[in-house]
Design a protein around this ligand. Structure first.
Ligand SMILES: Nc1ncnc2c1ncn2[C@@H]1O[C@H](COP(=O)(O)OP(=O)(O)OP(=O)(O)O)[C@@H](O)[C@H]1O
Ligand SMILES: [Mg+2]
Length: 345
């Protein structure tokens, strides 16, 4: 288990944002600070957490845990599709190939779940039996496994807007993607999802659903952004899923849904002022992100020393102190030190 006192100690030192002036044009996404250059992007994955399309605060070590997991999955899926990662100069930072983003988010779902307005359960509960072109049987319950995994694409909303789940025909009508390319992306997305299901199952997890983003670089389809992370996916514990489902209980969640559920309990579902995340919640969320990381760690041979950044005796939370950052950045592509990082008070 993750030592909670370490997470607690890290609360005032989370990576909130960066402000480099000489690294390219800054595009600040909800989670990543992207420094855009001609051919590449330097992506700093911060500790920010977003839910319902709003940034809510930070979770200790989340940025590093995410990059670590995505890196592992990029490697695991490289035989299915090329990806944008070129280098990883620091635990929180990638240098990626700049792609021409395809304006669709490829969402793959294996279960009837979710609490955001765009989620399949929200629609099903309201009586919809066709979700983004997929027919759904009557009589299903929340968190039930779908007969087959399905693809439910959504639009890539402009900054600040919410994504919208739509049928592929609607995407074609809007000119977001053409049918031929969409078919190709659908095939790749399904392969990526099935690989995720298999690998997760080997480690006692259910890979519930996920979202993929693709771009084009030199005429080739590239998987970009992140892949199969707990920010872009849902993961549940497999061992007690059935028992809990039968009893109508929530599955044990190892993803952002844990935070979403907490927010919903406070009455926040994306509208109005979000509640301030409590320290207890931030620590608990950190613990889950890190626990979730561990099985990729095992699978990646961290214990055998093959991975540079996460030796087994020095888990993710030890490498993010100030001296590590100062020491690492000068030799990487971000020459400035980390004095500019804004920490939460
Ligand atoms: N290789 C790439 N080339 C171009 N754009 C990319 C690449 N990889 C990721 N992106 C884009 O960079 C941004 C990453 O930042 P982040 O993930 O924080 O954004 P987000 O909060 O998901 O989305 P938004 O842009 O709506 O804030 C996303 O808009 C993503 O689509
Ligand atoms: Mg993103």
């Amino acid at each position: 288990m993750v030592a909670r006192d370490i997470l607690q100690q890290q609360l005032p030192h989370t990576l909130v944002e960066t402000n480099y002036e000489d690294q390219g044009e800054l595009y600040r996404g909800k989670v990543r600070d992207n420094y855009i250059k001609e051919e590449t992007i330097t992506m700093v994955t911060t500790d920010r957490i977003s839910a319902f399309d709003r940034v809510l605060g930070t979770v200790p070590f989340k940025g590093q845990a995410l990059v670590e997991m995505a890196d592992w999955w990029f490697g695991e899926t490289a035989d299915i599709v090329a990806n944008h990662v070129l280098r990883r100069p620091h635990p929180n930072v990638w240098t990626v190939r700049r792609c021409d983003p395809i304006q669709v988010e490829m969402v793959v779902r294996g279960y009837l779940t979710g609490i955001t307005p765009t989620s399949i359960w929200t629609a099903y509960e309201k009586g919809d039996r066709n979700f983004c072109g997929n027919e759904l049987p009557d009589g299903m319950r929340k968190h039930e496994k779908l007969p087959e995994p399905i693809i439910t694409p959504s639009t890539k909303a402009a900054q600040g807007d919410h994504d919208e789940s739509v049928a592929p025909e609607e995407l074609f009508r809007r000119g977001a993607v053409d049918p031929g390319l969409y078919q190709e992306l659908a095939k790749i997305s399904m392969k990526l999802y099935r690989r995720g299901v298999k690998r997760a199952a080997e480690h006692g997890m259910i890979f519930v659903d996920t979202k993929y983003e693709f771009g084009i670089s030199s005429g080739k389809i590239m998987l970009m952004d992140e892949v199969n992370t707990p920010d872009s996916s849902r993961y549940w514990m497999a061992d007690d899923y059935e028992k809990r489902f039968e009893k109508g209980e929530e599955p044990r969640k190892f993803d952002k849904e844990y935070v979403r559920t907490w927010l919903a309990e406070q009455g926040f579902r994306g509208k109005g002022k979000p509640p301030v995340l409590t320290d207890d919640l931030r620590v608990e969320a950190a613990a889950r992100y890190i626990e979730d990381l561990h099985w990729r760690g095992d699978a990646a041979g961290i214990g055998t020393g093959r991975r540079r950044n996460l030796p087994s005796s020095q888990p993710v939370y030890l490498v993010l102190d100030d001296s590590y950052l100062k020491q690492t950045f000068p030799v990487a592509s971000l020459p400035q030190n980390f004095d500019q990082i804004v920490c939460l008070p």
